[in-house]
Design a protein around this ligand. Sequence first.
Ligand SMILES: [Zn+2]
Length: 124
Amino acid sequence: MTSENRVYGHCRTCSGLGVYMDQDRKACFFLNGNPHIAHPVDFFPDGSLAPEKSKLEADSAPNPGTVKIRVTDAGSYYSNQSMHDEIFVSVQDENEDPQSDLTIVKKLGVDVKDILTAQNGGSS
Ligand SMILES: [Zn+2]
């Protein structure tokens, strides 16, 4: 219910990073929840960035700890079943921060194994 008044898209000034406009707060945020305050957003709508709840619910009872990863040129979006928002980790973050997996583990509340499984395509 918290995402009803959000419009998802990209900020072209941020090289197309995913952002959303919060209509209630009249503010712009990155997909990881950080406020977009560095500059006025150059908003380019992209509805495909919105969490696809209907599709998730249509899946056959996934485990609560299941981690989903969406990989883009800019980086990876991590999410799990209990989250409405995705956590974005840029390619630069992944390369420069060897702890980036642990940061995601903490934010998602899952096991690091779930992250590794998802990164390996869900099977080994
Ligand atoms: Zn921006």
